[in-house]
Design a protein around this ligand. Structure first.
Ligand code: NAD
Length: 255
């Protein structure tokens, strides 16, 4: 049975993807900072008849990342599919942007993917199969004001994806980035509140006039759509899909 490790998988998009992979028969390594992570992992195992484990490794800490992957490898053997999904957001104009928030966003949203990819690489290389999928964002391809760190990190992860795609090619390791538009998760619900303050608008106006303004399809992107794309990229048939940044953004980046 193949194994998937998903960072930030005890909430939102990561959790939705984890459930899809479990349903498809994958063993799942959960990670995240939610207090009920172990419970989530146990429930998914029970519901889908697969094996799971949970690690609360902090994606800001390279040593904890390495320990998580060592532990997962001891339990399951090679990590066949790595999904770098953990991420945070902070919204503020550049002149007020706290340096600590910059460092945290670059650390969690970008550098952690370097550390996880490095840690799974040898196993994938030896078995001549590996799939690395990075959950970037439409902000990996386009900018918005007040999101300096997030846009920088997401553009960075698109760049890292391309390099991993090139270096992985001789070993059947592919790397791809998915670039979603807005998905209604706890991360976005917090942004709606923050943006309402910054723009001095009601939360309803923020969704209509700010968030979905750039999407031609005036609806949030569904987690199921992202999960289905992720499963496709993980399949053994997806060998020619590599080094890409795939927008799933309701037409945002068509403009
Ligand atoms: P979320 O807040 O629901 O989930 C984020 C997960 O990351 C949580 O499990 C959290 O515990 C984990 N996490 C945060 N900091 C961590 C750390 N230091 N160590 C370990 N885990 C940590 O958010 P989401 O909306 O599901 O976002 C998931 C990913 O999708 C992020 O990378 C985000 O940038 C990206 N994304 C989200 C949207 C959207 O509209 N929601 C759009 C495009 C891209």
């Amino acid at each position: 049975m193949a194994t998937v490790l998903i960072t930030g998988s005890t909430s939102g998009i990561g959790l939705g993807i984890a459930e899809h992979f479990a349903k498809a028969g994958y063993n799942v390594v959960f990670n995240g900072l939610e207090d009920n992570g172990a419970e989530i992992a146990a429930n998914v195992a029970k519901e889908h008849g697969v094996q799971t484990m949970f690690s609360n490794a902090n994606m800001l800490d390279a040593e904890q990342i390495k320990q998580m992957i060592d532990e997962a490898t001891r339990k399951f053997g090679v990590i066949d599919v790595l999904i770098n999904n953990a991420g945070i957001q902070f919204v503020a104009p550049i002149d007020e942007f706290p340096a600590a928030k910059w460092n945290a966003i670059i650390g969690i949203n970008l550098s952690s993917a370097f550390h996880t990819s490095q840690a799974v690489w040898e196993g994938m290389k030896n078995q001549k199969f590996g799939r690395i999928i990075n959950i970037a964002s439409a902000h990996g391809l386009r900018a918005s004001e007040f999101k300096s760190a997030y846009v920088a990190a997401k553009h960075g992860i698109v760049g890292l994806t391309k390099v991993l795609g090139l270096e992985g090619a001789p070993y059947n390791i592919t790397a791809n980035a998915i670039c979603p538009g807005y998905v209604k998760t706890p991360l976005v619900e917090k942004q709606i509140a923050d943006q309402a303050k910054t723009h001095k608008m009601s939360e309803g106006e923020v969704v209509e006039k700010v968030m979905l303004k750039k999407q031609a399809v005036k609806d949030f992107v569904s987690i199921e759509t992202l999960a289905e794309m992720t499963l496709l990229l993980a399949s053994k048939h997806a060998t020619a899909f590599t080094g890409t940044a795939i927008p799933i953004d309701g037409g945002w980046t068509a403009q």
